[in-house]
Write a protein that binds this ligand. Structure first.
Ligand SMILES: O=C(O)CCC(=O)C(=O)O
Ligand SMILES: [Fe+2]
Length: 300
């Protein structure tokens, strides 16, 4: 069933004049971002600081890179989950080397992630250190093939994201769908050319004591065009502990998750291929406190 008409997906415009922390505009944005992440677990962010020229160049190069024969890509496969192949050639350098397009875009996507994190901590009135960690931002490029004529085909199976947060950038062809109510899917179409989709991942949900939602999403393909997208994931470094700030735990919001080592959760989620199709249950299997603990001062 499709309820697109009834539920309005949040579109939040980040105007540069509102991005100064502490201003009225900033506080309005913080509120909208928090509401969107609590209700939908994601939102469309209109952010023209990342220029359409950089985006277009990125996708142009990416399409060139995709043409490199599979055998060559496979020679450079990384053993880590969420990591594909690393390729050293001319196109690769245009995209990835320090002066390359991907580097520019990657840096800007990281700034956007951090901006949204800051809005979330400000919206909860938390200190600057409450969502701080060492991380690597990993960028994945994806090509989804168009399905046979008239078909509606899965491009990427339903899942919640395991990194802390994700920013998705698509190249005009829609396909991303989110689960808005049990079993009801909403297609995110008509994203503006300056838009990105920010997505809360399971660790961010755990950090927020379940206030932020990590939404179930998938990619569905129809029509006759291939779809290209880029996803920038925040991956905490080895040894990072995901822990709910005590301010987010009280009688009304008992602690739902014990603190956990991100890498252990990540490998738990990817060690078994059957677990890849996960609609958010794995976080509970791995880290749920049962029953929840309402005393914030109890050491768990
Ligand atoms: O390609 C997309 O739009 C979504 C990608 C995604 O959900 C993922 O890589 O986790
Ligand atoms: Fe995802």
């Amino acid at each position: 069933m499709n309820l697109d008409a009834k539920i309005e997906f949040p579109v939040i415009e980040f105007r540069s004049s509102d991005l100064e922390r502490g201003t009225n505009g900033w506080h309005q944005l913080c509120k909208k971002v928090r509401e969107a992440c609590e209700t939908f677990g994601c939102f469309e962010v209109v952010y023209d600081t990342i220029s359409t020229e950089v985006r277009e160049e990125m996708f142009r190069l990416m399409k060139e890179l995709v043409e490199v024969p599979v055998e060559r890509k496979q020679k450079n496969t990384s053993p880590l989950p969420y990591h594909g192949w690393n390729l050293t050639n001319h196109v690769h350098c245009l995209i990835f080397c320090p002066s390359g397009t991907m580097h520019t875009m990657g840096t800007q996507l990281e700034v956007l992630h951090k901006l949204i994190w800051l809005m979330l901590i400000d919206s909860y009135g938390l200190g600057d250190d409450s969502l701080k960690m060492n991380y690597t931002m990993s960028v994945r490029m994806m090509k989804y093939m168009s399905p046979p004529p008239g078909e509606y085909e899965t491009g990427l199976f339903a899942h919640t994201d395991k990194p802390v947060s994700t920013i998705i950038c698509e190249d005009q062809i829609p396909g991303l769908e989110i689960e808005v109510n049990d079993g009801q899917w909403m297609k995110l179409s008509n994203l503006s050319p300056s838009s990105f989709v920010f997505m809360v991942g399971d660790p961010l949900k755990a950090w927020s004591n379940g206030r932020l939602k990590s939404t179930n999403h998938k990619v569905m393909m129809s029509g006759d065009k291939d779809r290209f997208s880029i996803a920038a994931f925040i991956m905490p470094n080895e040894g990072t502990i995901i822990k709910t700030p005590k301010e987010l735990i009280d009688e009304e919001h008992p602690q739902l998750f014990k603190e956990f080592d991100f890498m252990k959760f990540f490998f738990f989620a990817f060690s078994d291929p059957a677990r890849r199709i996960d609609s958010g249950q794995l976080l509970y299997d791995f880290a749920a406190l049962s029953p929840p603990v309402s005393n914030a001062h109890m050491d768990k």
